[in-house]
Design a protein around this ligand. Structure first.
Ligand SMILES: *[C@@H]1O[C@H](CO)[C@@H](O)[C@H](O)[C@H]1NC(C)=O
Ligand SMILES: *[C@@H]1O[C@H](CO)[C@@H](O)[C@H](O)[C@H]1NC(C)=O
Ligand SMILES: *[C@@H]1O[C@H](CO)[C@@H](O)[C@H](O)[C@H]1NC(C)=O
Ligand SMILES: *[C@@H]1O[C@H](CO)[C@@H](O)[C@H](O)[C@H]1NC(C)=O
Ligand SMILES: *[C@@H]1O[C@H](CO)[C@@H](O)[C@H](O)[C@H]1NC(C)=O
Ligand SMILES: *[C@@H]1O[C@H](CO)[C@@H](O)[C@H](O)[C@H]1NC(C)=O
Length: 497
């Protein structure tokens, strides 16, 4: 066996035994990739678990018999009705969980009740309903005979716990305004053998505080000692990155309240690639590579040495997400909106060059763009209102300072907005008529980092029922038996070579 073969085999063993890769699949896009293509994308890249934010019928159908484990989310708007009656919860579970498990073969493992319901920006709206909704969904799962197979959880933002002004994890505890509620929820989850799910965002630490030490937001590159940023020293432990420190703040909070061994899932963590000065491919590659390496190696934190399940945020960009948190919000994907690759993330965790596989079978609109007409004047009084109108309906979040199209001149800027509108409107007739300021071109107007998109052709995807392709890559192991088969065959290949 040569060295390349042993590395390959080692990798297969690690993947077969480890928790595997997991990701978030959000659907807030004007032109979402067809679910079948997304499921194949996940399988081709070795994702074994996925978190959905809603029980979308098409996504669930595509996940049927895929071997991918599902955490199924319930939006916050459902919390009040679900909290109000067990009957409503039973209907919800029957229609959105039981039927997909029994009829469609969807491997649902968790129901995630609500999404970050205790965020400060929600003004306590969901404080009263989250726990009762959890209880009713749990009761409904038991009644449906799914109590063992499907666990409840509720994904919370890491702002449910905090440390004191010293900033050390050992000072961690739950936020005082929701302390008792958190204990009730954790007690309930613990009694039902269910995990606590927390979303941790090092990017937002950096975004919120211009003085935040940049290196501390990332994982140290293996082999290097962190000398660039001053670590946070907590007793015998030196924290070199905010993810570890944040996670261990939670462990301390749990320990202090009698839940030292509470299982934890990291429901969301990732790095965006556009819409902010710190959101770019280089930083996202650096952060997510560090994260994936840890997942593959099963690396934990100083306070808990086993790796939790970690769901990467996110699989693909979503151009219809609210930008209330910031322009970066539409750019969290490891893949672009169309399943193309943004940066060469190595899913082998540094042991192999297991590069990403892009989506296949994507159909696009015609190769044409809407731009500012060559004869139109920069000083045309209709220009500002035209740009404004385009950006009201289309995604212009790549135009800001420090973003991928932040260096365009006035004409480039106008062209970008016109094109986004034109593509978002499916290149319809009349969608490239901005007071005679625009024109259609077949010459790609993209410049440097600024990509002028062509949208996905939703119509052509609807007409064609794509054949259910089951390509089986070396990283793609739906369950341990297949992983084992792959392992055996890779041994055979190695011995033969
Ligand atoms: C789930 O089930 C309920 C019935 O209780 C239904 O009203 C709802 O629309 C279903 N779908 C989703 C996405 O929650
Ligand atoms: C929360 O309260 C603030 C101030 O009262 C208000 O501006 C904001 O719209 C509220 N947000 C929600 C989600 O209700
Ligand atoms: C750690 O980094 C510093 C500064 O780059 C260097 O001087 C030192 O030798 C390094 N130590 C180890 C153990 O690598
Ligand atoms: C992976 O490929 C890149 C680029 O081809 C190369 O620079 C790097 O050394 C390779 N890494 C390993 C572990 O083979
Ligand atoms: C381009 O558009 C963006 C967003 O509307 C704006 O912030 C920026 O100042 C514009 N740049 C130029 C050169 O007009
Ligand atoms: C566009 O140009 C045509 C022909 O030059 C003219 O008749 C029309 O009024 C113009 N439309 C606008 C909105 O400026």
């Amino acid at each position: 066996m040569d060295i390349r073969c042993s590395l390959l085999v080692l990798y297969m063993v690690v993947i077969a035994e480890g928790g595997g890769l997991a990701c978030n699949w959000g659907l807030q896009a004007t032109h979402p990739l067809p679910p079948k293509i997304v499921v194949k994308l996940m399988k081709d890249n070795g994702f074994e678990k996925v978190k959905l934010f809603e029980a979308d019928p098409e996504a669930l159908k595509a996940l049927g018999n895929s071997g991918i484990q599902v955490m199924l989310g319930i939006p916050n708007d459902f919390l009040a009705p679900l909290a109000s009656s067990v009957r409503i919860a039973e209907d919800w579970v029957s229609q959105n969980v039981s039927s997909y498990i029994s009829k469609t073969g969807v491997d649902i493992r968790y129901v995630a009740v609500g999404n970050e319901p205790f965020l400060k920006t929600y003004n306590d709206t969901f404080l009263q309903t989250t726990l009762p909704a959890l209880q009713n969904i749990q009761a409904a799962l038991i009644k449906a005979g799914l109590g063992r197979q499907v666990k409840v959880t509720t994904p919370l933002n890491a702002d449910v716990y905090q440390t004191d002004s010293s900033g050390v994890p050992s000072a961690g505890n739950f936020r005082s305004d929701i302390h008792d509620l958190m204990i009730s929820i954790i007690t309930f989850l613990s009694d039902n053998g269910a995990p606590l799910t927390i979303n941790i965002y090092p990017f937002l630490s950096l975004y919120a505080d211009p003085n935040f030490p940049v290196d501390y937001a990332f994982f140290p590159t293996s082999g290097s000692n962190i000398s660039t940023s001053s670590p946070v020293v907590d007793g015998p432990i030196s924290y070199t990155n905010v993810f570890d420190a944040n996670f261990d703040t939670l462990i301390w909070a749990l320990e202090k309240n009698g839940f030292a061994s509470m299982p934890i899932i990291v429901g969301e963590v990732g790095w965006p690639t556009d819409g902010d000065i710190n959101a770019n491919n280089e930083n996202a590659h650096r952060f997510n590579q560090g994260l994936v390496n840890r997942i593959i190696q099963g690396q934990g934190t100083p306070k808990r040495n086993t790796s939790p399940d970690i769901y990467l945020f996110a699989l693909i960009d979503e151009d219809a997400k609210s930008i209330q948190p910031g322009n970066f919000e539409r750019h969290w994907g490891v893949f672009n909106y169309d399943g193309t690759i943004k940066y060469p993330l190595d899913l082998g965790g540094g042991n192999t060059n297991q590069t990403l596989t892009p989506a296949t079978g994507v159909r696009y609109l015609a190769r044409q763009w809407c731009i500012m007409a060559p004869e139109a004047s920069n000083l045309d009084p209709n220009l500002p209102s035209s740009i404004n109108e385009a950006c009201t309906y289309a995604d212009c979040t790549s135009l800001g300072y420090g973003s991928s199209c932040g260096e365009l001149d006035v004409r480039g800027n106008a062209s970008y907005t016109f094109n986004m509108y034109y593509q978002t409107m499916n290149q319809q007739k009349g969608a490239c008529q901005f007071s005679n300021l625009s024109a259609i071109t077949t010459v790609d107007p993209s410049q440097d980092s600024c990509v002028f998109k062509i949208m996905i052709n939703l119509g052509r995807h609807e007409q064609t029922t794509s054949p259910s392709t089951s390509s089986f890559g070396i990283t793609c192991n739906q369950d341990s038996s297949i992983a084992f088969a792959a392992l055996v065959s890779s041994f055979i290949i190695c011995f033969l070579s």
